[in-house]
Design a protein around this ligand. Structure first.
Ligand code: ADP
Length: 298
């Protein structure tokens, strides 16, 4: 079982010939809504791969909240610990795509930013019998720290995907078993250091012992203490790279929860990320277990 403390957002996507200037109105087309939020995406990734997943989070008492709860539940995510917040709207991401496929994104966190340490302690039962806690940074750090406390109390391994990146306190980094940044996130955590190895050293010196750095089409780098191993990406035809990192994180956490080694877990992450980039969308692109196993065999 994997416990996730994280965000649920409705992604509101509109296509436009170009991005508007400040003060300008332009006519777009093809408005669509997609369930998203890193927490929910990663929860769906775990569930699709056959894992049990309990999600702790908040949505508003509005139609988006209703829809998000329904879609993650349909994928098999346990929504018992997701609160309906009467005083905040469900999180949304306003996404504009121009003709070249470049996006601009504004996230209004809404209920996600009201997930509290109290919420986490109230969901203590979710941690019992679970093996892995998986988190991102779209909820307040208080909640992340509270969850880390409970994970230690109940013997869960802690996996943190530091996205979106922000500086993290050393006492938190020291309690994370595996930190899963992508390259820009690694650099930001290391105070802007752009050399990969120097950045890894710097984040390790702050307290994080083990990093699994995702490298897009280059795969992933394991940095376990002083050991380094590069795991190349699988060669695929890219359709849409949205949520590749979420697919990786979900598959990685699930594999760890099943007792697989960190190396094997990262290989699962690479495979799930590769499959996800061959398909459009975030949650819809997450692979099922049989697909992933088949992919690993080929
Ligand atoms: P994010 O989506 O967070 O920016 P990355 O771009 O590092 O993260 O991608 C996460 C993972 O998805 C990579 O480690 C890799 O396993 C897989 N992936 C991403 N892009 C590709 C690609 N072009 N080909 C194969 N695998 C990919």
């Amino acid at each position: 079982t994997v416990v996730i403390v994280g965000s649920l957002n409705m992604d509101l996507v509109v296509r436009a010939p170009r991005h508007p200037q400040p003060g300008e109105t332009i006519i777009g087309s093809d408005f669509q809504t997609f369930p998203g939020g890193k927490g929910a995406n990663q929860a769906v990734a775990v569930a699709r791969l056959g894992g049990k997943v309990r999600m702790i989070g908040r949505v508003g008492q509005d139609a988006f909240g209703e829809a998000l709860l329904a879609t993650v539940a349909q994928d098999g995510v346990d929504t018992t610990y997701i609160r309906r917040d009467p005083d905040a709207p469900t999180g949304v991401a306003l996404i504009t795509l121009d003709a070249a496929g470049q996006n601009t994104i504004v996230v209004a966190s809404g209920a996600n930013w009201r997930v509290s340490a109290q919420d986490v302690y109230a969901a203590e039962a979710a941690f019992k019998g679970a093996e892995v806690l998986l988190m991102q940074l779209e909820c307040p750090l208080d909640a992340v720290e509270a969850a880390t406390d409970l994970a230690h109390r109940y013997g869960l391994q802690v996996v943190l995907n530091p996205a979106p990146a922000r500086p993290l306190p050393p006492h938190l980094l020291a309690r994370v078993d595996y930190l899963l940044p992508n390259q820009p996130e690694l650099s930001l955590l290391a105070g802007g250091e752009s050399d990969r190895e120097a950045a890894i050293r710097s984040v390790q010196a702050m307290g994080a012992r083990n990093l699994v750095v995702t490298l897009g089409e280059e795969g992933a780098l394991l940095a376990i203490g002083d050991q380094r191993e590069h795991l190349p990406a699988y060669k695929v035809t890219v359709v849409d790279t949205v949520a590749a990192g979420d697919a990786f994180a979900g598959a990685f956490a699930l594999a760890l929860s099943e007792g697989k080694s960190v190396r094997e877990a990262a290989i699962w992450g690479n495979a799930a990320g590769a499959i996800a980039v061959t398909r459009p969308g975030a949650q819809p692109s997450m692979p099922r277990r049989d697909e992933l196993l088949q992919f690993l065999k080929e």
